[in-house]
Design a protein. Structure first.
Length: 460
């Protein structure tokens, strides 16, 4: 733990903001709505919830769980009957949520990803007021059932229970190790974010305190944070069939897929272990987050400019005229990711080489993906910026119609075919992309108050 973290109110912060709960293999994200007229009961129930703090989460092994945290949509805070002066002071992104036409467009939620097609969170569906994040070693559904029994008595209804799964070696469904690169609050060189990039009321990367809605009259939002939850369905077979078509061997397919991601399946960064070197499967390489791009790979010969990790965190490269300025720009657009995979893997070992063998086998349960969850202090400047300006930007780093090869929506633009570009010494190979491998099935913008603020709901 670093200096700045020690200054944070660890006994008040909900634990998931600072810790991934990786030792608790089972998790459910339970979407709840509050029945009309039950605001007071609902507040009393929430205040009685035993929420996990960052201090408890830091003791990990000594704390067997279950761990429980909670966050609210703006409609949820309204349904709880919070003061209108507080409600009206929340930022527009959070108030509107992700489903307005303009936001859906900027997030790339169009075509089959448009909100009207979603399983939950769409305007025509049951409203999502609160999301309960529950984690345990085992029997997670009984943990949820116990909480929900009391919740139901207090006027809550379950809208959806999002199940999650833990894949081997922390892979996501395409078969790549995930959750390696995370910013920490504090002083880790190159990877630190100012506390106010995550927590309201603290100094952000501009040296300003992050806006606390309702302050100074209300302390409800102090030390809180915003969360973005998105159900992202992954077309694993489509992804690997496409990669298979890019070369003659399994090795070619894995190398091409890794160029789209920017890391090898093991997690080793391409910028340190170039496409020709193969996938080093050592712990040190798999967890390596100690790299930048400007000096190591200015021409994109190791890690293509358009790769998912190079554009979702360009580090010291491509966003300003010097490496130093790039780091400053990037420090204003970081997110802490806490997503979990859902659905059965295409192959039990979640290994690319097994996927390549299974491309023609039956796939009886194709509904799988990532319940993407991230934390930030400013949804527009952080999550939305990353998604819009970097991932979905067809001209990112001078590319020609090249959105994020992994998560982007690939469409023909101004006569140009959508492409993934692989830089070579004097030119770039442009690989034409199929429509998309990831589609949105639901989403919510949430506010996660401190444990103390949730407890104060009983008093209001
Ligand atoms: C199904 C959808 C997605 C998949 C399969 C996926 C997969 C991955 C993988 C394999 C990594 C490398 C592991 C790591 O560095 O931790 C990664 C990193 C990352 N992803 Fe995604 N991702 C998805 C969606 C998103 C979205 C929607 C965003 C934000 C808009 C995002 C932002 C990031 C960031 C910021 C990193 C870390 C980059 C770095 O710091 O080097 N991802 N993702």
């Amino acid at each position: 733990m670093n200096n700045l973290t020690e200054e944070l109110p660890l006994h008040e912060l909900q634990g998931i903001v600072l810790h991934g709960y990786g030792h608790l293999y089972e998790a459910r994200f339970v979407l709840l709505s509050i029945r009309p007229g039950r605001a007071k009961d609902a507040r009393r129930f929430l205040a009685s919830l035993k929420l996990t703090t960052a201090a408890t989460a830091a003791r990990k092994a000594a704390e067997p769980g279950p761990f429980v945290n909670v966050a609210f949509t703006h409609r949820g805070l309204e349904a709880l009957g919070l003061d209108s002066a507080l409600l009206d002071n929340f930022p527009r992104d959070f108030v509107e949520g992700p489903t307005t036409e303009a936001r859906a467009r900027l997030l790339g939620d169009q075509g089959e990803s448009r909100p009207s097609e979603w399983l939950w969170g769409a305007p025509a569906k049951a409203p999502v007021h609160a999301v309960l994040l529950a984690y345990a070693h085992r029997d997670i559904d009984s943990v949820c059932d116990d909480v929900l029994r009391d919740a139901a008595d207090a006027g809550f209804e379950q809208v959806e229970r999002l199940e999650t799964i833990r894949l081997p070696r922390r892979q996501e469904h395409f078969g790549f190790r995930d959750g390696i690169a995370q910013p920490t609050i504090g002083a880790v060189p190159g990877n630190a974010v100012a506390a106010g990039e995550i927590l309201l009321g603290h100094k952000n990367a501009f040296g300003e305190p992050a806006h606390v809605p309702g302050a100074p009259k209300s302390a409800f939002a102090l030390n809180g944070t915003y969360a973005v939850l998105r159900q992202l369905e992954q077309d694993v077979r489509g992804f690997w069939s496409f990669c298979r078509a890019q070369g003659s061997s399994d090795g070619d397919a894995v190398r091409f897929a890794s160029q789209m991601v920017g890391r090898w399946p093991s997690g080793a960064p391409l910028v340190k272990h170039a496409p020709a070197d193969g996938d080093p499967r050592t712990d040190a390489a798999s967890n390596d987050n100690d790299f930048e791009y400007a000096m190591a790979d200015a021409k994109g010969l190791r890690c293509p400019f358009g790769a998912h990790i190079r554009r979702s965190n360009p580090r010291d490269w491509g966003t300003a005229s010097s490496a130093k300025e790039c780091r400053t720009v990037v420090s204003r657009h970081r997110i802490i990711r806490r997503g979990r995979a859902y659905g059965s893997p295409l192959c039990p070992d979640a290994e690319p080489l097994s996927y390549l063998k299974a491309l023609d086998a039956p796939d009886p349960r194709p509904n799988r993906g990532l319940h993407f969850l991230c934390f930030n202090a400013n949804i527009e400047q952080q999550f939305e910026f990353v998604q819009r300006q970097w991932c979905n930007n067809p001209k990112f780093a001078g590319l020609v119609n090249g959105v994020d090869p992994l998560i982007g929506d690939h469409r023909r633009l101004a006569g140009e075919e959508p492409a993934f570009s692989i830089q070579r010494e004097l030119t770039a190979e442009r690989v034409k992309m199929p429509a998309r491998f990831v589609r949105t099935r639901g989403a919510a913008y949430l506010f996660m108050p401190t444990v103390r603020a949730v407890a104060s709901l009983a008093e209001s």
